[in-house]
Write a protein that binds this ligand. Structure first.
Ligand code: PLP
Length: 363
């Protein structure tokens, strides 16, 4: 067995991505143009059952503009999980609205419908679940709550390209949804985000907000941002889009191997009817998670990640007093093992051997 370090994540950039960027450089059309338009159209066909897609310069920007386009602003509350990357709540706060944190359910690490119900107030305007690690949130239950209470439903699908519930893709449930194209996500454009929506009005607002409020040049209709994606980034994204299903299958195969062979860790559960795309392969270790991570790195040359060690409601940027016991426990117990498509069989066996040693009886 090799002894080379196995990284927790590894973006895959090939000759074809290089050639695509070079072609854009040679064209001289560097900023948002025909490559971006083609990327939007292809993303919509490949991942969204033809729902409209609007490209922006990051996933976080996508959430921010999506919320603004859906009318979220000061005085509104948006219910989000605390167990997620800070961008989810940051984007809500950036609109002037207040992120309200709800707990997760223990099996899939996504928003708990019961907890969501318990934090609804007269100011609640929307619910924004995260399809964490590539496992879809329970959209049926959340849609039911949204319908009963007259709330909007959005999706942070940053980690879930291609995931689905009973055959319906994530990104087609919410009034808008955001996919991140950051290098460690299931596909990348370098940096970037894609926002999907089934609402022509939200789509128009998104296109205005990303480009200084202009549809016609110099006839600015609203105050907007420069949140445009470049043709260079779109060219990378278009090539990656042709590989996303192969990579997803590889992630799923890697995850299946790990789940079959890890003997002592609590392996990821998958809800009925759900297609999990394993952005992360996350297990729970109830005894000394941090010690296991350190030993994986130092003794076995295996990278891992903790997503996320500090729940959002405890971050200095929010410091709230909410009591979210399932979130607190998860933040102490989760560890994500390498699952990316470039792992070899040898890598997978090394991960299993190391984990079984470190978590075995008497370890
Ligand atoms: C990555 C990520 C984001 C932010 O996306 P960026 O493209 O990095 O701005 C938002 N939410 C979640 C859950 C993420 O994982």
């Amino acid at each position: 067995m090799s002894n080379e370090f196995i990284p927790a994540a590894r973006p895959i950039i090939g000759e074809d991505e290089r050639r695509a960027v070079d072609a854009v450089l040679q064209s001289g059309q560097l900023a948002q143009g025909t490559e971006v338009a083609a990327f939007e159209e292809e993303f919509s066909k490949v991942l969204l059952d033809e729902r409209a897609a609007v490209a922006v310069n990051s996933g976080t920007t996508g959430l921010h503009l999506g919320l603004l386009a859906a009318g979220i602003g000061p005085g509104d509350e948006v219910i989000v999980p605390s167990f997620t990357f800070a961008a989810t709540a940051n984007s809500v706060a950036l609109t002037g609205a207040t992120p309200v944190f709800a707990d997760i359910e223990p099996d899939y690490f996504c928003l708990s419908a019961e907890s969501v119900k318990s934090v609804i107030t007269e100011r609640t305007a929307a619910i924004m679940p995260v399809h964490l690690y590539g496992h879809p949130a329970n959209m049926d239950q959340l849609q039911q709550i949204a319908d009963d209470r007259g709330l909007q439903l959005f999706e942070d699908a940053a980690q879930a390209h291609g995931a689905s519930i009973n055959g319906r893709r994530v990104g087609t449930f919410g009034a808008f949804a955001m996919f991140s194209l950051y290098p460690t996500k299931n596909m990348t454009s370098g940096e970037g985000g894609m926002v999907s929506t089934g609402s022509p009005e939200i789509e128009r607002q998104l296109r205005l907000l990303r480009n200084q409020g202009m549809e016609k040049q110099y006839e600015n209709e609203i105050v907007g941002f420069n949140a445009r994606m470049t043709n260079l980034h779109a060219a990378i994204g278009r090539v990656q889009l042709t590989k996303i299903w192969r990579w997803t299958k590889q992630r799923q195969d890697n995850a299946a191997f790990l789940s079959k062979n890890l003997t002592n860790a609590v392996v990821p559960k998958v809800a009925d009817g759900v297609e999990h795309v394993y952005h992360q392969y996350t297990v729970r270790i109830t005894d000394d998670r941090d010690g296991v991570a350190a030993a994986l790195r130092d003794e076995f040359q295996i990278g891992s990640g903790v997503y996320y060690p500090i729940p959002n409601h405890r971050l200095p940027s929010f410091s709230r007093a909410e009591d979210l016991p399932v979130t607190e426990a998860a933040s102490k117990e989760v560890i994500s093992l390498p699952v990316h498509p470039s792992l070899s069989q040898d890598d997978l066996e090394r991960i299993v051997t190391a984990m079984n040693k470190l978590t075995g009886a008497g370890a």
